[in-house]
Design a protein around this ligand. Structure first.
Ligand SMILES: Nc1ncnc2c1ncn2[C@@H]1O[C@H](COP(=O)(O)OP(=O)(O)OP(=O)(O)O)[C@@H](O)[C@H]1O
Length: 280
């Protein structure tokens, strides 16, 4: 079995009426069971990549595979594909369709053709997993944005996908809601779901991701383990995304320290400083 779950091979895509293709030979591989971040400037094609990965948009050229099985657009194949790949949109309003939380979570399960009893059992389990039991019968329009975001992730996770794609999951969330969301994502990853998050938040990427994919103008320009990719990006002066704050702070001390791996959290950074500051 391949160590990669999702692969894009030389994908091209142009939106109708667009003057230039949005994806221009995009090739990438997503390692199984890793927490991967997809970064790149506005308009480089991250959301378009997600729409293709979920079978919502058909590429003009190229091959997309999941566990080496090519994406096909016939109804039955697409339904099976979407059971394995879940997409959470940046804006929960785009995702939520039913009048209440419980009804929304049941929507995708009914679409899978499950019996009423099975749907009810899965909805109960999902409400409990996502700490949504007290909101089960709440109308969606009464929820905060953070709660809506949780419901949209819960609705997708109820289908137990192998791959969860999240487009800017922390957009619009306050720090507490962001922390809660990250805890939920951590448990989703621990259960064996491969996660791909598109984001502009490089501080989050630096601390969260095992693997990073970098896009520019519809193509992949870098991929690899988080530290390796940021090391590469540092030597690309034309790449205008900036660098994570922890990385920038570390760069000021790194040459005064023994050769140790760059710290991935404030705690690690502080430990290094405590350990080595008197020796330099
Ligand atoms: N429905 C559409 N019709 C025409 N062009 C579109 C459409 N959706 C996106 N585009 C164009 O495709 C390009 C890539 O957009 P996409 O949303 O995939 O980028 P992105 O990397 O996700 O951007 P951002 O970081 O701003 O969310 C942009 O130039 C955008 O204007």
């Amino acid at each position: 079995m391949s160590e990669y779950l999702l692969e894009f091979q030389d994908i091209y895509y142009s939106y109708p009426m667009a003057t230039a293709p949005t994806l221009q030979g995009l090739s990438l591989r997503l390692p199984k069971y890793k927490k991967t971040a997809l970064i790149g400037q506005n308009g480089c094609g991250k959301s378009t990549m997600f729409l293709i990965a979920d079978g919502l948009v058909k590429p003009d050229r190229g091959v997309v595979t999941l566990d080496n099985l090519p994406l096909s657009f016939d109804r039955a194949a697409l339904k099976r594909w979407r059971q394995r790949v879940g997409l959470v949109f940046q804006d929960p309003e785009q995702q939520l369709v039913a009048p209440t939380v419980a009804a929304d979570i049941s929507y995708g399960l009914y679409n899978q053709g499950l019996s009423e009893a099975k749907v009810a059992a899965k909805v109960t389990q999902t409400l409990s997993d996502f700490n949504l039991k007290n909101l089960a019968m709440s109308p969606l329009q009464h929820l905060s944005l953070g709660q809506k975001k949780r419901v949209s992730i819960a609705g997708v996770m109820a289908l137990k996908p192998d791959l969860l794609l999240l487009d800017e999951p922390t957009a619009y969330l306050d720090p507490v809601q962001t922390r809660n969301l990250l805890t939920e994502l951590e448990s989703i990853a621990k259960l064996g779901t491969t996660l791909l998050i598109a984001t502009h938040d490089l501080d989050f990427v630096y601390q969260w991701a095992d693997w990073v994919l970098v896009m520019e103008r519809g193509r992949l320009i870098a991929e690899g383990e988080t530290i390796t990719v940021f090391t590469q990006l540092q030597s690309m002066p034309d790449f205008a995304l900036g660098m994570p704050i922890l990385w920038q702070m570390w760069s000021r001390f790194a040459d005064k320290m023994p050769s140790v791996p760059a710290p991935r959290s404030i705690d690690e950074f502080t430990t290094y400083l405590e350990k080595y500051r008197f020796k330099n």
